[in-house]
Ligand binder design. Structure first.
Ligand SMILES: [Zn+2]
Length: 297
Protein backbone atom coordinates (compact mmCIF):
# COMPACT_ATOMS: atom_id res chain seq x y z
CA UNK A 1 0.00 0.00 0.00
CA UNK A 2 1.43 3.34 -1.03
CA UNK A 3 1.77 5.62 1.94
CA UNK A 4 1.64 9.35 1.55
CA UNK A 5 4.52 11.52 2.75
CA UNK A 6 3.85 14.50 4.97
CA UNK A 7 2.89 17.35 2.64
CA UNK A 8 4.46 19.98 4.91
CA UNK A 9 7.85 18.48 5.83
CA UNK A 10 8.11 15.33 3.66
CA UNK A 11 8.77 13.04 6.62
CA UNK A 12 7.45 9.50 6.20
CA UNK A 13 7.16 8.86 9.94
CA UNK A 14 3.71 9.15 11.40
CA UNK A 15 1.51 8.07 14.27
CA UNK A 16 -1.89 6.55 13.46
CA UNK A 17 -4.80 8.47 14.95
CA UNK A 18 -7.84 6.88 13.28
CA UNK A 19 -8.42 3.89 10.96
CA UNK A 20 -11.18 3.37 8.41
CA UNK A 21 -12.37 0.23 6.61
CA UNK A 22 -14.07 1.97 3.69
CA UNK A 23 -11.86 2.82 1.94
CA UNK A 24 -9.00 1.21 3.92
CA UNK A 25 -7.15 4.28 5.14
CA UNK A 26 -5.88 6.06 8.21
CA UNK A 27 -5.72 9.55 9.57
CA UNK A 28 -2.21 10.02 10.89
CA UNK A 29 -0.13 12.78 12.42
CA UNK A 30 3.39 13.48 11.20
CA UNK A 31 5.97 12.62 13.89
CA UNK A 32 8.18 15.44 12.71
CA UNK A 33 5.82 18.43 12.31
CA UNK A 34 2.41 17.27 13.59
CA UNK A 35 0.45 17.74 10.35
CA UNK A 36 -2.60 15.44 10.24
CA UNK A 37 -3.50 13.77 6.97
CA UNK A 38 -5.21 10.83 5.33
CA UNK A 39 -3.07 7.99 4.05
CA UNK A 40 -3.13 6.46 1.54
CA UNK A 41 -4.97 9.08 -0.46
CA UNK A 42 -7.92 8.01 -2.64
CA UNK A 43 -7.29 7.71 -6.39
CA UNK A 44 -7.95 10.80 -8.50
CA UNK A 45 -11.22 9.43 -9.98
CA UNK A 46 -12.60 8.29 -6.64
CA UNK A 47 -11.75 11.68 -5.20
CA UNK A 48 -13.33 13.69 -7.99
CA UNK A 49 -16.43 11.52 -8.31
CA UNK A 50 -17.45 12.67 -4.85
CA UNK A 51 -18.16 16.16 -6.20
CA UNK A 52 -21.15 15.41 -8.39
CA UNK A 53 -24.41 17.32 -8.48
CA UNK A 54 -25.79 15.65 -5.36
CA UNK A 55 -22.80 16.64 -3.28
CA UNK A 56 -23.53 20.29 -3.93
CA UNK A 57 -27.29 19.96 -3.72
CA UNK A 58 -26.95 18.31 -0.35
CA UNK A 59 -24.44 20.90 0.81
CA UNK A 60 -26.38 23.90 -0.38
CA UNK A 61 -29.90 22.75 0.26
CA UNK A 62 -30.99 22.44 3.83
CA UNK A 63 -34.50 21.33 3.03
CA UNK A 64 -35.67 18.12 1.49
CA UNK A 65 -36.95 18.29 -2.10
CA UNK A 66 -35.91 21.87 -2.60
CA UNK A 67 -33.16 22.56 -5.09
CA UNK A 68 -29.96 24.31 -4.06
CA UNK A 69 -30.97 27.42 -5.91
CA UNK A 70 -34.29 27.92 -4.17
CA UNK A 71 -32.81 27.29 -0.77
CA UNK A 72 -30.00 29.70 -1.58
CA UNK A 73 -32.49 32.35 -2.61
CA UNK A 74 -34.42 31.91 0.63
CA UNK A 75 -31.34 32.19 2.80
CA UNK A 76 -29.54 34.68 0.61
CA UNK A 77 -29.46 37.38 3.28
CA UNK A 78 -27.48 34.99 5.53
CA UNK A 79 -24.92 34.20 2.82
CA UNK A 80 -24.70 37.87 1.90
CA UNK A 81 -23.96 38.84 5.49
CA UNK A 82 -21.19 36.22 5.71
CA UNK A 83 -19.62 37.09 2.35
CA UNK A 84 -19.76 40.82 3.09
CA UNK A 85 -17.82 40.22 6.30
CA UNK A 86 -15.17 38.33 4.31
CA UNK A 87 -15.02 41.09 1.70
CA UNK A 88 -14.60 43.70 4.46
CA UNK A 89 -11.59 41.74 5.73
CA UNK A 90 -10.17 41.56 2.20
CA UNK A 91 -10.65 45.33 1.77
CA UNK A 92 -8.36 45.97 4.74
CA UNK A 93 -5.56 44.76 2.43
CA UNK A 94 -6.83 45.32 -1.09
CA UNK A 95 -9.53 47.93 -1.70
CA UNK A 96 -10.23 46.96 -5.29
CA UNK A 97 -8.73 44.68 -7.90
CA UNK A 98 -9.03 41.07 -8.93
CA UNK A 99 -10.17 38.00 -7.01
CA UNK A 100 -9.53 34.46 -8.20
CA UNK A 101 -11.34 31.68 -6.37
CA UNK A 102 -10.08 28.10 -6.39
CA UNK A 103 -12.97 25.70 -5.87
CA UNK A 104 -15.56 28.40 -6.48
CA UNK A 105 -18.50 25.94 -6.26
CA UNK A 106 -21.61 27.64 -7.65
CA UNK A 107 -20.02 31.08 -7.52
CA UNK A 108 -21.97 32.73 -4.71
CA UNK A 109 -18.90 34.39 -3.20
CA UNK A 110 -17.66 35.58 -6.60
CA UNK A 111 -21.10 36.97 -7.37
CA UNK A 112 -21.04 39.03 -4.18
CA UNK A 113 -17.42 40.12 -4.74
CA UNK A 114 -18.30 41.24 -8.26
CA UNK A 115 -21.20 43.31 -6.93
CA UNK A 116 -18.72 44.90 -4.49
CA UNK A 117 -16.60 46.04 -7.43
CA UNK A 118 -13.94 43.32 -7.77
CA UNK A 119 -12.97 41.69 -11.07
CA UNK A 120 -13.71 38.04 -10.46
CA UNK A 121 -12.75 34.70 -11.92
CA UNK A 122 -13.06 31.15 -10.62
CA UNK A 123 -12.01 27.58 -11.22
CA UNK A 124 -14.01 24.52 -10.24
CA UNK A 125 -14.01 20.81 -11.12
CA UNK A 126 -17.74 20.17 -10.71
CA UNK A 127 -19.60 20.49 -14.02
CA UNK A 128 -22.88 21.06 -12.23
CA UNK A 129 -21.43 24.05 -10.35
CA UNK A 130 -19.66 25.57 -13.33
CA UNK A 131 -22.84 25.39 -15.44
CA UNK A 132 -24.80 27.03 -12.66
CA UNK A 133 -22.29 29.85 -12.11
CA UNK A 134 -22.06 30.61 -15.81
CA UNK A 135 -25.76 30.42 -16.65
CA UNK A 136 -27.43 31.73 -13.53
CA UNK A 137 -24.83 34.19 -12.25
CA UNK A 138 -23.08 35.08 -15.48
CA UNK A 139 -19.64 34.42 -13.96
CA UNK A 140 -16.31 33.63 -15.53
CA UNK A 141 -15.68 30.15 -14.06
CA UNK A 142 -13.45 27.59 -15.74
CA UNK A 143 -14.07 23.88 -15.39
CA UNK A 144 -10.66 22.51 -14.57
CA UNK A 145 -8.23 21.48 -11.89
CA UNK A 146 -6.13 24.42 -10.67
CA UNK A 147 -2.95 22.42 -11.39
CA UNK A 148 -3.84 22.75 -15.12
CA UNK A 149 -4.63 26.45 -14.93
CA UNK A 150 -2.53 28.76 -17.09
CA UNK A 151 -2.51 32.54 -17.03
CA UNK A 152 -0.27 35.52 -17.73
CA UNK A 153 -2.32 37.77 -15.49
CA UNK A 154 -1.41 38.64 -11.91
CA UNK A 155 -4.16 38.49 -9.32
CA UNK A 156 -4.63 40.59 -6.15
CA UNK A 157 -6.54 38.07 -4.07
CA UNK A 158 -6.72 34.28 -4.18
CA UNK A 159 -9.68 32.83 -2.26
CA UNK A 160 -10.21 29.20 -1.23
CA UNK A 161 -13.09 28.41 1.05
CA UNK A 162 -13.36 24.92 2.57
CA UNK A 163 -11.21 23.66 -0.28
CA UNK A 164 -7.60 23.16 0.83
CA UNK A 165 -8.49 20.11 2.95
CA UNK A 166 -9.88 18.38 -0.16
CA UNK A 167 -6.74 18.77 -2.28
CA UNK A 168 -4.12 16.01 -2.79
CA UNK A 169 -1.09 18.34 -2.64
CA UNK A 170 -1.87 21.59 -0.80
CA UNK A 171 1.74 22.79 -0.84
CA UNK A 172 1.91 22.71 -4.65
CA UNK A 173 -1.47 24.41 -4.85
CA UNK A 174 -0.39 27.22 -2.53
CA UNK A 175 2.93 27.66 -4.33
CA UNK A 176 1.07 27.99 -7.59
CA UNK A 177 -1.47 30.37 -6.01
CA UNK A 178 1.50 32.40 -4.78
CA UNK A 179 2.97 32.51 -8.29
CA UNK A 180 -0.16 34.07 -9.82
CA UNK A 181 -0.39 36.73 -7.07
CA UNK A 182 0.60 40.34 -7.56
CA UNK A 183 3.31 41.72 -5.25
CA UNK A 184 1.60 42.37 -1.90
CA UNK A 185 -1.32 40.16 -2.93
CA UNK A 186 -3.13 38.05 -0.37
CA UNK A 187 -4.62 34.63 0.04
CA UNK A 188 -7.81 34.13 2.06
CA UNK A 189 -8.89 30.65 3.09
CA UNK A 190 -11.16 28.79 5.45
CA UNK A 191 -10.69 25.21 6.60
CA UNK A 192 -11.74 23.09 9.60
CA UNK A 193 -9.51 23.70 12.62
CA UNK A 194 -8.40 20.39 14.10
CA UNK A 195 -7.65 22.16 17.39
CA UNK A 196 -11.00 23.94 17.62
CA UNK A 197 -13.15 23.53 20.69
CA UNK A 198 -15.75 21.55 18.76
CA UNK A 199 -13.10 19.17 17.39
CA UNK A 200 -11.80 18.58 20.92
CA UNK A 201 -15.34 18.00 22.21
CA UNK A 202 -16.10 15.40 19.53
CA UNK A 203 -12.63 13.79 19.66
CA UNK A 204 -12.35 10.90 17.21
CA UNK A 205 -16.01 11.36 16.28
CA UNK A 206 -15.39 14.87 14.91
CA UNK A 207 -17.69 15.31 11.90
CA UNK A 208 -14.85 16.70 9.76
CA UNK A 209 -12.99 13.37 9.73
CA UNK A 210 -14.19 12.26 6.30
CA UNK A 211 -11.97 9.85 4.33
CA UNK A 212 -12.02 10.47 0.50
CA UNK A 213 -13.30 14.02 1.08
CA UNK A 214 -10.92 15.55 3.62
CA UNK A 215 -7.29 14.64 3.00
CA UNK A 216 -5.69 17.17 5.41
CA UNK A 217 -6.61 18.37 8.90
CA UNK A 218 -4.91 21.64 9.79
CA UNK A 219 -4.54 23.60 12.98
CA UNK A 220 -3.19 27.17 13.21
CA UNK A 221 0.39 25.91 13.63
CA UNK A 222 0.47 23.45 10.70
CA UNK A 223 -1.39 25.97 8.51
CA UNK A 224 1.14 28.71 9.32
CA UNK A 225 3.96 26.28 8.50
CA UNK A 226 2.33 25.38 5.17
CA UNK A 227 1.90 29.03 4.21
CA UNK A 228 5.51 29.92 5.08
CA UNK A 229 6.75 26.97 2.99
CA UNK A 230 4.62 28.21 0.08
CA UNK A 231 5.95 31.79 -0.06
CA UNK A 232 3.59 33.62 2.29
CA UNK A 233 4.08 35.61 5.48
CA UNK A 234 2.07 37.90 7.79
CA UNK A 235 -0.21 34.94 8.48
CA UNK A 236 -3.34 35.90 10.41
CA UNK A 237 -5.68 33.20 11.72
CA UNK A 238 -9.02 33.90 13.39
CA UNK A 239 -12.27 32.03 13.96
CA UNK A 240 -14.44 31.65 10.86
CA UNK A 241 -17.78 32.58 12.34
CA UNK A 242 -20.95 31.52 10.58
CA UNK A 243 -24.43 32.87 11.12
CA UNK A 244 -27.81 31.28 11.55
CA UNK A 245 -31.13 33.11 11.52
CA UNK A 246 -33.70 32.58 14.23
CA UNK A 247 -36.22 31.39 11.60
CA UNK A 248 -33.69 28.87 10.31
CA UNK A 249 -32.89 27.52 13.79
CA UNK A 250 -36.58 27.12 14.65
CA UNK A 251 -37.30 25.47 11.31
CA UNK A 252 -34.41 23.01 11.84
CA UNK A 253 -35.58 22.05 15.32
CA UNK A 254 -39.05 21.41 13.92
CA UNK A 255 -37.55 19.30 11.12
CA UNK A 256 -35.35 17.12 13.33
CA UNK A 257 -37.70 16.83 16.29
CA UNK A 258 -41.24 16.75 14.84
CA UNK A 259 -42.56 16.23 18.34
CA UNK A 260 -41.59 19.84 19.15
CA UNK A 261 -43.68 21.24 16.29
CA UNK A 262 -46.49 22.09 18.62
CA UNK A 263 -44.10 24.27 20.65
CA UNK A 264 -42.11 25.66 17.74
CA UNK A 265 -44.99 26.86 15.57
CA UNK A 266 -46.15 29.53 18.06
CA UNK A 267 -42.52 30.58 18.64
CA UNK A 268 -42.09 31.07 14.89
CA UNK A 269 -45.17 33.31 14.87
CA UNK A 270 -43.84 35.32 17.81
CA UNK A 271 -40.46 35.70 16.08
CA UNK A 272 -42.16 37.09 12.97
CA UNK A 273 -44.34 39.48 15.00
CA UNK A 274 -41.37 40.68 17.04
CA UNK A 275 -39.42 41.03 13.77
CA UNK A 276 -36.55 38.96 15.08
CA UNK A 277 -37.07 35.98 12.72
CA UNK A 278 -34.29 37.19 10.44
CA UNK A 279 -31.93 38.15 13.26
CA UNK A 280 -28.57 36.43 12.83
CA UNK A 281 -26.84 34.52 15.60
CA UNK A 282 -23.06 33.90 15.31
CA UNK A 283 -22.15 30.24 15.28
CA UNK A 284 -18.67 28.75 15.65
CA UNK A 285 -18.53 25.47 13.74
CA UNK A 286 -14.79 25.06 14.39
CA UNK A 287 -13.51 26.49 11.15
CA UNK A 288 -10.59 28.94 10.89
CA UNK A 289 -10.23 31.98 8.66
CA UNK A 290 -6.74 32.47 7.32
CA UNK A 291 -5.27 35.52 5.59
CA UNK A 292 -1.64 35.69 4.48
CA UNK A 293 0.37 37.94 2.24
CA UNK A 294 2.75 36.99 -0.55
CA UNK A 295 6.23 37.53 0.90
CA UNK A 296 8.52 40.17 -0.58
CA UNK A 297 11.33 37.80 -1.53
ZN1 LIG B 1 5.50 16.71 8.69
Amino acid sequence: MHQTKCNNCESEKFTVYLSFDKPPSQIVSCQNCGLMYLTPQPKKDDRENVYNEFYFKRESSNKKNISGYRSYQEDQYIHNFYFLRLLKKIKRYIRKGSIFEIGSAMGFFLDKASKEGFDVEGIEISKYCVDFGKKELNLNIQRSDFSNYKTNKKIDVVAMFQTIEHLPDPKSTLKKANSILEKGGIIIMTTPNQKSLISKLFGKKWFEYKPTEHLFYYNPQSMTQLLKLSGFDKVKITRDLHYLSIEYILERVRYYIPLFSILIRPLEKVAVLAQINKKLIPFDKGSMLIIAQKNEK
